[in-house]
Design a protein. Sequence first.
Length: 251
Amino acid sequence: MDIGLLFPDLLNEWVIAGLILTAGFTSFMTAAMGIGGGVLLLVVMASVMPVSALIPVHGLVQMGSNANRAILTRQHTDWQLVAGFTIGATLGAAAASLIVVQLPLQIIQLSVAVFILYLVWGPKPRQTQMGRTGHMLSGGLTTLLSMFVGATGPLVAGLIHRQQYDKLATTANFATCMSVQHVLKLLVFSVVGFAFWQWLPLILFMILSGMVGTWLGMKVLHRISTHHFRRLFRISITLLALRLLWQGLSQ
């Protein structure tokens, strides 16, 4: 069957096949290394998709990928952190639905990059300093930003990194918080009238590809020591932050 028939007037079949394969690879990358796949997928999608569809379609694909990873690691989830993050994320999504003026992309990139670098390399606060209020503020801020820049995974990852979890707890809490964020993003874009139905076949194929990538990535994750995982996680976040910093400065 010609897969292009499923996507009339949207994308050609080679682009469709490439996006499906990329979804699988980036899900593998995130499951194995903890971070990076969502940003990489956004970069690839931005080069071939209409701007108006980019963030909502990316969000729905990432929702499927993160939800699958969250289910596979659910026994390691810190539900107190997730509860606080969800409350804040809900408020952030409500605020985003009311905002009609988009912040300059350069300002967002520079701000997020600097904040990530501080979270990863700055002095660590005492455990009591990151309580329910901190989780709520984190959920609200990152969810609000995600409506405009799409992939706030590195920022959420920087916040999770502060908690000093082991590799499975890091993966579980990151995936669960991102799942919450993407569900709220789906609701916001549905309310403002985005036609998801046009893109559903592509989204479903990308989610299925992502599930395979996640399964393979989890196999690799179990073979990586917690020490090496934390090092890879920190390096990955830092590289993504530096990339954002370069993009902001180059404009």
